[in-house]
Design a protein around this ligand. Structure first.
Ligand code: NAP
Length: 274
């Protein structure tokens, strides 16, 4: 499949049509002068491992992996970075000089980089995370290592419990319950659910938000009824969508492949303005 393709880097997912990764990586390539060609591949649901291995057998030097293949990417990696091992999820692959496939996870460091840029995070912050899926798993270790204490609120309690069992050795992490509100005001709330943004139902109670609470929605698709528009404008003055995280996770992938960390502000502003 990849014998005649002329790109060495690509994003793999399903669906992939609206991915911004090719635009971001082309921007990084022009800006740093590091030449790389970057494509996008829509992968049939049961074909991930054969397609990715074929890519690395032919032209492939590096890949970004998006939903729903991050766990499978973790399984096919020959070597793993520490943060990918802990997250048990891989969003970046690199072919090493020895021909092995190295798996990394840059989602967590991407989020942390954006939170720092926005001045949304301080050590010892109390953070509420909505969701307990793959995205939540990718961000927990960097946030716990930074010194935050974390509460998780998720639709399915058993998934929350699994996550807490996996990460409680790395710091303070607990299940959210309403009693917490009697003594706790959250400094930061992160939406890491894939809740359809069209839905009317609130996943967050307004009593959780004060004017000092920073709100970060990892989703970044435009929608009038987004988490931000519906809830945040009401009370909090500090809010952001996930475009910055998307750019920073790409920048950390770019650095893994090319040993150069690209400039990020310009492309964040371009994508935010779109
Ligand atoms: N900005 C970025 O760079 C970036 C990077 C990664 C991911 N993301 C975004 O993060 C979101 C989550 O991705 P993911 O990979 O974690 O997906 P996932 O593994 O499928 O997990 C989905 C999560 O959302 C919850 N959920 C789904 N529908 C819901 C609903 N109607 N009401 C309440 N909760 C609901 C699920 O709860 P249950 O456990 O109950 O099923 C689960 O916790 C996606 O929108 C993705 O685009 C952004």
């Amino acid at each position: 499949m990849f014998k005649d393709k002329n790109f060495n880097y690509a994003v793999f997912g399903n669906p992939i049509d609206h991915s911004k990764s090719p635009a971001i990586h082309n921007f990084f390539s022009n800006q740093t002068g590091v030449f790389h060609t970057y494509g996008s591949i829509n992968v049939p649901l049961n074909k991930f491992s054969s397609i990715i291995l074929d890519f690395f057998k032919h032209n492939g030097k590096g890949a970004n992996i998006t939903a729903p293949f991050k766990q499978e990417a973790y399984c096919i990696s020959h070597e793993l970075t520490e943060r990918a091992k802990i997250a048990q999820s891989v969003n970046t692959l690199k072919k090493t000089d020895k021909g092995y496939i190295l798996g990394d996870n840059t989602d967590g460091i991407g989020l942390l980089s954006d939170l720092i840029r926005l001045d949304f995070i301080k050590k010892k912050y109390s953070v509420l995370i909505l969701g307990a899926g793959g995205a939540a798993r990718g961000i927990l270790f960097p946030l716990l290592s930074f010194g935050c204490s974390i509460f998780i609120m998720n639709r399915t309690l058993s998934n929350t419990k699994k996550l807490i069992k996996q990460f409680n050795r790395y710091g303070k992490i607990n299940i959210f319950n309403k009693d917490i509100l009697k003594y706790k005001i959250f400094d930061l709330i992160i939406n890491a659910t894939s809740q359809s943004l069209e839905e009317e139902n609130s996943i967050i109670d307004l009593s959780l938000i004060s004017s000092n609470t920073c709100i970060y929605d990892m989703n970044y698709k435009k929608n009038k009824k987004s988490f931000l528009n519906t809830f945040v404008h009401v009370k909090s003055t500090k809010f952001s969508n996930g475009i910055g995280m998307l750019v920073f996770q790409a920048a950390h992938s770019f650095e893994l492949w090319h040993n150069v960390f690209p400039e990020t502000d310009k492309i964040i502003n371009i994508l935010k303005a779109e």
